[in-house]
Write a protein that binds this ligand. Structure first.
Ligand code: 9UX
Length: 71
């Protein structure tokens, strides 16, 4: 099934941070799109819920060096 979820992403201070997080999320199998906003501290991710899940997305944000939380 298609899923769209929002995540709070804290710790990003510049647009290069944004690109790092977006690239990491987009590399997850099943992710169709990822849009990260620096000012809103938010990531909106569209994914196939049979392949990816919110835990995987949060752990990927954390591995990129930031703090992620499903909202
Ligand atoms: Mo910008 Mo972000 O120089 O980890 S890339 S602060």
């Amino acid at each position: 099934m298609n899923a769209i979820e929002k995540f709070e992403v804290t710790g990003m201070t510049c647009n290069h941070c944004v690109m790092k997080v977006e690239k990491a999320i987009k590399a997850i199998d099943g992710v169709k799109s990822a849009s990260v906003d620096l000012n809103l501290k938010q990531a909106v991710v569209e994914y196939d819920s049979s392949k990816a899940d919110t835990v995987k997305i949060v752990s990927t944000i954390e591995k990129s060096g930031y703090q992620g939380k499903k909202i």
